[in-house]
Design a protein around this ligand. Sequence first.
Ligand SMILES: C[S@@+](CC[C@H](N)C(=O)[O-])C[C@H]1O[C@@H](n2cnc3c(N)ncnc32)[C@H](O)[C@@H]1O
Length: 269
Amino acid sequence: MQFRTSGLRSFAGVAAAATIVLGGAFYAASAQPKLDIHFVPTPHEVVKRMLEIAKVGPSDTHYDLGSGDGRIVIAAVKDFKAKKGVGIDLDPQRIKEANENKAKAGLGDNVIFREQNIFETDLSEATTVSMYLLTSINIRMRPKLLKELKPGTRIVTHAFNMGEWKAEHEESVNGYQVYLFIVPAKLEGTWEMSDGEKKISLDLKSEFTDLSGSATVNGKKSDIKGGKITGTKVEFTIDVDGKPVKYEGTVDGNAITGSGGAKWTAKKA
Ligand SMILES: C[S@@+](CC[C@H](N)C(=O)[O-])C[C@H]1O[C@@H](n2cnc3c(N)ncnc32)[C@H](O)[C@@H]1O
């Protein structure tokens, strides 16, 4: 495990261009892209399990950020029937290889490899995402992932986690660690909640998937407990008339509806 990750780290931060001393003269080498991490492919059996964990299927548009030879994007479309696959890589050599592999796999226009920086590419159409980068790069990507991806988007990472953003699932595939993250709905702010006759005011705070804050019921304020956001699903427990009551609901933009036939609703104030 150690050599797999240390191999990646040792190449991180490669210089943008090299200057070669040749026969006493200086020649600028052809401009190399400034990669955050060099190419190391994910083994095929790990690719398969990552796409299973992300539950990639026909309704998905899969993005691989730093797509290397294109194997994850190709497997997403060819083997998991994703409707579209997009690979982003800054290295033109990798884009060339990925396009050759796409042709060998007999895939068409629904597989696209873009020579772009992952920090500059538009991610908004992705419904599933894979990343084999470094924890430090994942953490730098976090604000962009949370801003551009829709709540409920599944992200699978190989070998490296997302720092304080807790994984929903993690497992070892033949010694290779794989993590699943689900983009949480945005719940920060004040919500007006109705549960039958009861009017409840929620003041919500969130940190990735953790939900906290306070609830005011009949003028009595108490802390929210056990708050968790899993994609568009939310759960929390509040004190109602001195008793803990657990609420579970589904978030749709500025509205929350109680799950499983529960009658409560909430609207962002
Ligand atoms: C460890 S490889 C992973 C390849 C592939 N995703 C896989 O799992 O088989 C990382 C890839 O990220 C690319 N890369 C590094 N920095 C990048 C950046 N800032 N933007 C886009 N691609 C980048 C590298 O060229 C390399 O192909």
